[in-house]
Design a protein around this ligand. Structure first.
Ligand code: B3K
Ligand code: ZN
Length: 902
């Protein structure tokens, strides 16, 4: 059902404390898919600090049967999804409120609130799903003690779970049974959860460093138990990590994870009862790739870390979402880095995180949905679970760590944050204040107010760097200037506080000791400059020869760095920078430069299979050196040898012709395939992983490099017409001992457009047709094809009719529709606009039953204004078609309204 009318915006500055507090909630559920009864008994009291007559409780799609105040009937009214009670007892004494409602979980296609998947009940309450379960003060600053009783048919729903501790369970009449759960911690209702169904669990008893016993459980459908080992290992590792790194221990006797195959997002951190998309739980070597294994570790860590950063200390209001999300992403990134081990494996993780930031968040910050890390207004909060709030938010936390001098100071800040705010709902300001207060005298404390502009100003700042060498004085002066483009609602910006980690590299590759003017001696070869004015200069002394600057090491701030180093300087960094991130970055900049030059001169207009040598020979040689390097990790090599994505290249040009960008990138790929052919053969043959599958950083790096080599060899074979490598790819596809290698080989065949791809795809389907997560990969691979001269749409249309396709399942929808619209620019941006028409159709179809998933898809055309004609006009028409639909959710309406705004 669609909400009627258009909801209005909510503003951060209009925050008001709740007029009532809820002390306790006692919920009793009689679970039935068609009609679930919910008895909600609350103890409330007035908030003496807020003068309000009426209690307004949120509720959506509920059937209200009874309202009692202190056991007696009372008058009430329903006003726009709120239950309004005006005749409440006077004074500040607590009173009892009992509300009896019913709802229909089996009809809940939004997958928000209480819903059914595979005859199992699940809930999703963040951000505002609890109001679809019962009338409540559905806001994160109302924290209450929850008691939950679940009653259901015992045979059909043998497992009954909710947050906290199981205090009682037993039989009821008529084949029913019950379980009563008490959560020892107060929580906002968005962290409430229940699960009921036929599930089995992998269990693990652990003793924490503090000496406490805990039971860990991972619940899945019968048959999937064998795929839960990695999730459980990840959970144990996350628990140990949080104790060691931050002194934060598990505060529950029992911690549960439950997997469901129908889920709008990745996972949810409900207190003690995390609910996960199966994609982030289930893994076996034969069905999951290295990426899946890494994602499971990251997401299990992320949700577990929320137990403190999110659950114990939560958000005052939803504008503060990054308080928990930015911080928790930062924590999961650090966890994954620590798990990766070696220095170079850590750098690999950092590169991957920065890639996400630059290919997804930077465009968001430059497009119609640009918003600050702490937004100022929203219509639908679900639209603000964005890469800005999450990934840029994590960078804002990372910069705070840098500005207090590193982990020690940051850990002190976290300690103070919990001392001050444990058990409370707070703001982003409270967080930054705690980190700064624990580090008096730090750059963060000195510039705190200005630093907080990272929370309030949207847009990606640009830092322009120029270096001036004075041979006579032996000084090198770096001038850094910052600016930030206008974004919707923010025409002008004030300077940010930008930590710029840097070093100087000699022409021969040596890392130079750094001594700033005024310093007595040189110290170290890397340091962090703090740029806080519009423009600042830093002079280094005792610099014997003109150095090559390595700026923004480790990507120390989420900015666009403009520095016109020569190719020679970038080649020096690629060969010798001690900072692995900047080493990679130097290679990417060389390749990007090549791509942009080719685009400017329209070299991509030549046929894709043409033999244009666009990449300078020196760069090809440097890449060969990296590929053949005896010390570098395979994972790092794979990142260096992978070209910047089409989406990233598109962000660097004023007017985007997606087909031209694709053609140019394909030319570059073909050139690397051709000119490094012997090296690819060598890489393929020498990096074969042997022995049993292990998802560690070293072995997954070897697999990544062999898969890249194989796809390059198949590409080169396409040009030369040789059949050996496609044949080898098919053989590898058949013989592979794990999904990473199998999918890598299949991907290489598909991308090269070889005729062997078709039977291989059929074989893959036959073998994995009963495994939903693997089938998702099968759909995604085909939707992402670019080998047909951009004509993949007919195949996508055909796949929509495939008996295994189901738009109602979010994972499946993502695997086909999103893979095509959001991850295949060459297939999607067609001269005839048919890709956009398809997009509009799918957005509207999805919106009719799942607005949240529809809204995600709606964002695929965010950057339409940047497109060249005819794409631009066709895209606009498609967005207008969606905007003109007679029925539209607030979710999608908010996005298309932004997209079409001037
Ligand atoms: N907090 C949830 C996301 C909820 C999304 C609601 N639309 C998952 C996470 O970030 O851990
Ligand atoms: Zn999160």
């Amino acid at each position: 059902m669609m909400r009627e009318g258009t909801a209005s915006a909510v503003y951060r500055l209009q925050y008001q404390a709740p007029a009532f507090w809820v002390d306790t909630v006692d919920l009793a559920f009689d679970l039935d898919p068609a009609k679930t009864r919910v008895l909600n008994k609350m103890r409330l009291r007035r908030n003496p600090e807020v003068a309000a007559e009426a209690l307004r409780l949120d509720g959506e799609e509920l059937n209200l049967a009874r309202v009692l105040v202190n056991g007696a009937g009372t008058s009430f009214k329903i006003e726009e999804n709120q239950l309004v009670l005006e005749n409440l007892p006077e004074g500040n004494d607590p009173f009892d409120l009992e509300i009896f409602t019913t709802c229909a979980p089996e009809k809940n296609t939004h997958l928000m609130g209480l819903y059914v998947s595979n005859d199992t009940f699940f809930t999703q309450c963040e951000a505002q799903g609890f109001r679809r379960i019962t009338y409540y003060l559905d806001r994160p600053d109302v924290m209450a003690s929850f008691t939950v009783t679940l009653r259901a048919d015992k045979k059909r729903y043998p497992v009954l779970l909710s947050n906290g501790n199981l205090v009682e369970s037993g039989e009821l009449e008529g084949g029913r049974h019950f379980a009563k759960w008490v959560d020892p911690h107060k929580k906002p209702c968005y962290l409430f959860a229940l699960v009921a169904g036929q599930l089995v669990a992998r269990e693990q008893q652990i003793t924490s460093r503090a000496g406490k016993e805990h039971l860990l459980q991972v619940y899945v459908r019968p048959g999937d138990l064998g795929k839960t080992e990695h999730a459980m290992n990840s959970l144990m590792a996350a628990i140990a990590w949080d104790e060691t790194r931050f002194g934060l221990s598990l505060d529950l006797d029992r911690f549960m994870i439950v997997a469901t195959s129908d889920f709008n997002m990745g996972a949810m951190e409900n207190k003690g009862l995390n609910i996960f998309n199966t994609k982030y739980v289930l893994a076996s070597p034969s069905t999951a790739t290295d990426l899946d294994y890494a994602n499971i570790e990251g997401v299990v860590g992320h949700e577990y870390f929320h137990n403190w950063t999110g659950d114990r200390v939560t958000c005052r209001d939803w504008f503060q979402l990054s308080l928990k999300e930015g911080l928790t992403v930062f924590r999961d990134q650090e966890f994954s880095m620590d798990m990766a081990g070696s220095l170079s494996a850590r750098a690999t993780r950092r590169i991957e995180d920065v890639r996400v930031l630059r290919t997804a968040q930077f465009p968001e910050d430059a497009g119609p949905m640009a918003h600050p890390v702490r937004p100022d207004s929203y219509v639908e909060i679900n639209n603000f679970y964005t890469v800005t709030v999450y990934e840029k938010g994590a960078e804002v936390v990372r910069m705070q760590r840098t500005l207090v001098g590193g982990h020690e100071g940051f850990a002190q800040g976290m300690k103070l944050y919990f001392e001050r705010h444990d058990g409370h709902a707070v703001t982003c300001d409270d967080f930054a204040q705690a980190i700064a207060d624990a580090n008096p005298g730090s750059a963060l404390a000195t510039h705190l107010d200005q630093f907080k502009r990272w929370y309030s100003q949207s847009g990606t700042p640009c830092v322009k760097a120029t270096g001036q060498y004075d041979a006579a004085a032996q000084t090198w002066t770096l001038t850094l200037s910052q600016s930030c483009p206008a974004t919707p609602g923010q025409p002008g910006k004030l300077p940010f506080v930008i930590p710029v980690a840097m070093g100087l590299v000699a022409q021969d590759g040596a890392q130079l000791p750094l001594q700033l003017e005024g310093e007595a001696t040189a110290s170290g070869t890397s340091r962090t400059l703090v740029l806080h004015e519009a423009s600042q200069s830093f002079t280094f002394v005792n610099v014997a020869a003109e150095p090559v600057p390595s700026l923004l090491r480790g990507f120390s701030a989420p900015v666009i760095l403009e520095h016109d180093d020569s190719d020679a300087a970038l080649l020096t960094l690629l060969a010798s920078d001690s900072d692995a991130f900047n080493r990679w970055e130097a290679g990417q900049r060389l390749l990007l430069r090549t791509a942009l030059n080719a685009i400017a001169s329209d070299a991509g207009a030549a046929s894709v299979t043409g033999q244009n040598a666009l990449i300078p020979a020196t760069v090809v040689e440097a890449l060969r050196t990296v590929l053949r390097h005896p010390q570098l990790d395979a994972a790092f090599k794979e990142l260096v040898l992978t070209l910047p994505s089409e989406a990233y290249i598109a962000e660097q040009v004023e007017v985007v012709d997606p087909q031209q960008i694709h053609a140019v990138r394909e030319q570059l790929r073909a050139q690397l395939a051709r000119e490094l052919q012997a090296d690819w053969v060598w890489a393929f043959e020498t990096h074969q992983a042997s022995g049993a599958y292990r998802p560690d950083a070293i072995s997954s790096g070897r697999r990544a490099l062999t898969s890249l080599a194989l796809s390059m060899l198949c590409l080169a074979a396409r040009e030369s017409g040789d059949a050996i490598w496609p044949g080898k790819a098919l053989q590898r596809f058949k013989d592979a001992g794990n999904m990473t290698d199998r999918l890598g080989a299949l991907g290489a065949l598909v991308a090269s457009g070889h005729e062997l791809a078709r039977p291989a795809l059929e074989r893959f389907h036959d073998r994995f047709k009963d495994d939903a997560l693997v089938l998702d990969k099968w759909f995604a691979l085909q939707a992402g094809r670019t080998d047909r001269g951009g004509d993949v749409l007919p195949a996508v249309q055909q796949l929509l009719k495939h008996p295994d396709f189901n738009l109602k399942n979010p994972n499946r929808a993502r695997s086909l529709v999103f893979s095509y619209c959001s991850a295949n620019p060459a297939g999607f941006h067609r001269q005839d606009g048919a890709g956009y028409a398809f997009w509009a159709e799918q957005v509207l179809l999805l919106d009719a039953f799942n607005p949240q998933v529809a809204a995600r898809l709606a964002r695929a055309l965010d950057r339409w204004k940047k497109l060249a004609e005819p794409y631009r006009a066709l895209a606009r028409a498609a967005i207008e078609r969606v905007a003109a639909a007679p029925k539209l959710s607030n979710d999608v309406r908010e996005l298309v309204t932004h997209a079409l705004a001037d």
